[in-house]
Design a binder for this molecule. Structure first.
Ligand code: NAD
Length: 499
């Protein structure tokens, strides 16, 4: 049994609150570590370290700050296998998928190496007689981020890379389900040359989060997780005067038009619906074939593929399609929703309820499920299941299919599979969802674009990574400067305007 720590001011520090949470190996169901849950006092200590370290970091020129990130990228590549193994052991996802989790974070770090270009500011020469005007982007100070269990490497990096590149200190409160990789990332940043106290990890639960929300020194909060918590953090953080961006849950629809290549659509749905056991905010959880004939053809293609899915522990390497879900409670929640789908009249075409893996009977494995004839009033349609369960809702027309995605409360991602450019273009223009795929099932934007949903999938107005991150982690100061002797001419009492 491992005793995990916080990472404060460049050192592993034991928890002092006396409260701990169990960290499981989801494949075996065993508790493999204890993680300390921080008190408000421990958070305040982290803030004090951050506040002391941040001014010198902000005063370091942006190119030198970027060099730390450059070195960090080297170290991530050096330790890729070690990071992926630690990630799989706590999260349960397969090793290739865990390496992908690190890689998609690394790509945002690479993008942030270009921070000096993004932080240049604007200058207007001679905005008036003898007057220059310039805008600077300055660091906020001490910033914080609260992250979910499902991407324990990628999402922390999406937050701390731009925050640090802009000259802020950053306090990370990762998920208490899989905190080891975030701790390893903080160590690697220090090995890359980051001064102590600039990036810290405070482990904890609601108590630590509330302390972050209420601490007056913390200037901004980034959050990724479920929608009810996102809404809570946004409300409390904003009312405390902080800059807050919160990314919430999802229910991503994929529309399959009658002219789509059905093999391609079925393959896409298998990866997007069941990859990472469905524990992705960009997973496709609803398939919407247009017309009964399309639906019949799709189901016929899906069934053998779903039945052939290989579910197992990450230790089986590349021979597994997806692993266990994160906790026993998550498994119970998923199976409860599957039961509700059956009770409410959906057709369970592939039933994974009796799934059992020999030798791993105590692991949190959930077999793959496929539903047909799901209707919008059912719980399996309205709620985020976050498990290996794909629901098929049959639409009779393209308009009905689009209307389903438009009317759902979540708006993170969506996709359309078709050979018709006109339908694809119309869909991309009209849909009220933040990230859209055309014959691409999981349209996660690359690092230099921005990531974010619409509707109840987001609270706040700037997206993650891409140019928005530099706006979120800086504030603008605009200076108007006049150097001639005009100030000797006496005061001006009406508002100055440019003629
Ligand atoms: P979660 O909301 O349970 O937890 C997220 C974070 O909030 C964790 O650090 C947790 O410790 C903290 N937290 C939990 N309960 C809290 C409370 N009552 N008060 C204050 N803080 C609390 O989410 P999760 O289960 O870790 O992650 C899965 C969810 O995240 C899914 O809903 C998924 O769609 C969403 N997600 C969204 C995105 C996105 O970009 N939109 C990306 C990844 C995951």
């Amino acid at each position: 049994m491992q005793d995990l720590t916080h990472y404060l001011n460049g050192a592993h520090v034991k928890g002092t609150s006396g409260r701990f949470a169990d960290v499981y190996n989801p494949a075996t169901g065993e508790v493999q570590a204890k993680v300390p849950l921080a008190s408000a006092d421990e958070l305040a200590q982290a803030v004090a370290y951050a506040e002391a370290a941040q001014p010198a970091w902000a005063a370091t020129n942006p190119q030198r700050r970027a060099r730390v990130l450059m070195k960090f990228v080297d170290l991530l590549n050096r330790d890729m296998d070690k990071l992926a193994e630690a990630l799989s052991r706590e999260h349960g996802k397969t090793l290739p998928d865990a390496a992908g989790d690190v890689q998609r974070g690394l790509e945002v770090v690479e993008y942030c190496i270009g921070a000096p270009q993004m932080l240049k500011g604007d200058f207007t020469d001679s905005a008036g007689p003898g007057i220059d005007m310039y805008s600077m982007r300055q660091a906020l100070g001490v910033t914080a981020g609260i992250t979910p269990f499902n991407f324990p490497a990628m999402i922390p990096m999406w937050m701390f890379a731009p925050a640090l590149a802009c000259g802020n200190a950053f306090i990370l409160k990762p998920s208490e389900r899989d905190p080891s990789v975030p701790l390893m990332l903080a160590e690697l940043m220090e090995e890359a040359g980051l001064p102590k106290g600039v990036l810290q990890v405070i482990n904890g639960d609601k108590e630590a989060v509330d302390a972050i929300l209420d601490h007056e020194v913390i200037q901004s909060i980034g959050f990724v997780g479920s929608t009810p918590i996102a809404e809570y953090i946004y409300g409390r953080g904003c009312s405390n005067g902080k800059r807050v961006q919160c990314f919430g849950g999802a229910k991503n629809h994929m529309i399959i038009m009658p002219d789509a290549d059905m093999d391609q659509a079925a393959d896409a749905l298998i990866g997007a619906g069941y990859g990472a056991a469905g524990e992705r905010c960009m997973a496709i959880s609803v398939a919407v074939p247009v017309g009964d004939e399309t639906a019949d053809r799709l189901i016929e293609k899906l069934v053998p593929r779903v039945e052939a899915l290989k579910v197992g522990p990450y230790t089986s390497g590349n021979d597994v399609d997806y692993g266990p879900v994160v906790t026993a409670a998550a498994k119970q929640n998923i199976l409860g929703l599957v039961q509700s789908g059956v009770d409410q009249g959906a057709t369970l075409v592939v039933d994974g309820r009796d799934f059992n893996l020999q030798g791993y009977e105590d692991g949190f494995f959930v077999g793959p499920h496929l539903f047909d004839n799901v209707t919008p009033d059912m719980d399996i349609y309205t709620k985020e299941i976050f498990g290996p369960v794909l629901s098929t809702v049959r639409a009779q027309s393209y308009e009905e299919a689009v209307g389903l995605a438009m009317d759902h409360e979540y708006g993170n991602g969506t996709a359309i599979f078709t050979r018709d450019g006109d339908a694809a273009r119309d869909f991309a223009n009209r849909i009220n969802v933040g990230m859209v795929g055309i014959n691409v099932p999981i349209p996660v934007p690359l690092a230099y674009h921005t990531f974010g949903g619409w509707k109840k999938s987001v609270f706040g107005d700037l997206n993650q990574h891409g140019p928005d991150a530099f706006k979120f982690y800086t504030r603008t100061k605009t200076v108007t400067a006049r150097w001639p002797s005009g100030i000797k001419e006496g005061g001006e009492f009406s508002i100055p305007v440019m003629e």
